[in-house]
Design a protein around this ligand. Structure first.
Ligand code: KG4
Ligand code: ZN
Length: 337
């Protein structure tokens, strides 16, 4: 089955053609980074307008690059939640229009589940496993039973991990997107220069929750309080110490979840999965079998959307034209989505 994927939940406009949920025939990613750089972050209205201008060309390029024609496509898979509502609407409306005019069925899918699926495009990973989804909008540790069944074990109670990276980078004038810039700076700094806090959140049911608000405040406003004597206060040292705390917090919860559940297989997804420290920390953990997507599949892309969509389309689960875009996660208790 050939599935056309469309992704426009934030600032990447992407389309891809994937065969049987596995083989990537094309994966066109048009990023708006250069457009949003001067604002130090994504401006939602500009993002949706740019998607409107780009989506047709991006979809046509993806079909052309795959060596197929629209007639060969069996199904359309489109991200309809969560994300920036205006951006989501562009991809979803395009998918609906294409489906209505061509008669090809479509299905709306969840962006977080798509990130989690990215590693399946490059590996055959059997369920269950622990999923770690870390992006600019989400931070979730979950027990993944199937492509559409995630039991949430922990999440952030405030900022997402990537969001904390972006906010710290913005404060220090490092540029946008902050994650990759802090990651690069951190490699030249000393993580022992500051001793930033790891919020202890062991109350209640969610023993694997994280919090980035306190860490962000400490890095932005209370540097002196956490500075270790004898170290220079420079951006490299701040970045290295922040990264150690931000990623260390995640790793600690994840290792605890692995030992508590007895599941030692871990699949990571989302923009922060590109982080060098997260990769080395998890890869060094001997008792864990860890899967990271390749760099291109960490960022927002439509191949993961097409790959995941295949599984819904394959069991004839279609969306209809009443499907709406949703900016937020629908339910967020213990079961996701
Ligand atoms: O998944 P993604 O492309 O978009 C969302 O769904 O949010 O993730 C983007 C996020 C941004 O916050 C960006 O700063 C972060 O991923 N990011 C990184 C790295 N590369 C991207 N964070 C830490 N280290 C990186 N190397
Ligand atoms: Zn994403």
């Amino acid at each position: 089955m050939l599935v056309l994927g469309i992704e426009s939940s934030c600032d990447e406009c992407s389309a891809a053609v994937v065969e049987d949920g596995k083989k990537i025939l094309s994966n066109v990613i048009a990023t708006q980074i250069e457009i949003h750089k001067k604002y130090d972050g994504v401006v939602p209205e500009i993002a949706s307008r740019t998607h409107t201008e780009w989506v047709k060309g991006v979809v046509e390029s993806a079909i052309k690059e795959s060596g197929c024609t629209l007639d060969d496509i069996d199904g359309i898979s489109v991200t309809n939640r969560p994300g920036l509502i205006g951006s989501l609407m562009v991809g979803l409306s395009y998918a609906k229009g294409l489906s209505a005019s061509s008669g090809i069925p479509f299905v709306g899918i969840d962006h977080i589940l798509a990130h989690l699926y990215a590693s399946q495009l490059e590996n055959d990973i059997e369920y269950p496993f622990l999923g770690l989804i870390v992006s600019g909008g989400h931070t979730v540790i979950g027990k993944v039973q199937d492509f559409d069944n995630v039991e949430v074990l922990g999440t952030t109670i405030d900022d997402a991990c990537g969001e904390a990276y972006d906010k710290v980078a913005k404060h220090y004038g490092l540029g946008y997107p902050g994650g990759v810039l802090i990651d690069e700076l951190a490699q030249k700094g000393d993580p022992a220069a500051f001793n930033f806090p790891d919020a202890s959140l062991h109350k209640g049911a969610h023993r694997y929750d994280v919090s980035y608000s306190g860490l962000k405040t400490a890095v932005i406003n209370q540097l002196n309080q956490f500075h270790n004597e004898g170290y220079e206060i420079n951006n490299e040292n701040i970045a290295a110490s922040f990264q150690k705390a931000a990623i260390g917090m995640l790793a600690k919860r994840l290792f605890k979840a692995a030992s508590d559940t007895g599941i030692n297989k871990v699949v990571v997804g989302g923009g922060v999965a590109a982080n060098s420290y997260l990769r080395s920390l998890l890869k060094d953990k001997n008792n864990l079998e860890v899967y990271f997507p390749s760099m291109l599949l960490c960022t927002d892309n439509a191949a993961m959307v097409a790959g995941l969509g295949y599984h819904y389309l394959n069991r004839e689960e279609y969306s209809d034209l009443t499907l709406n875009a949703g900016s937020r996660v629908m339910q967020f208790k213990n079961k996701y989505p």
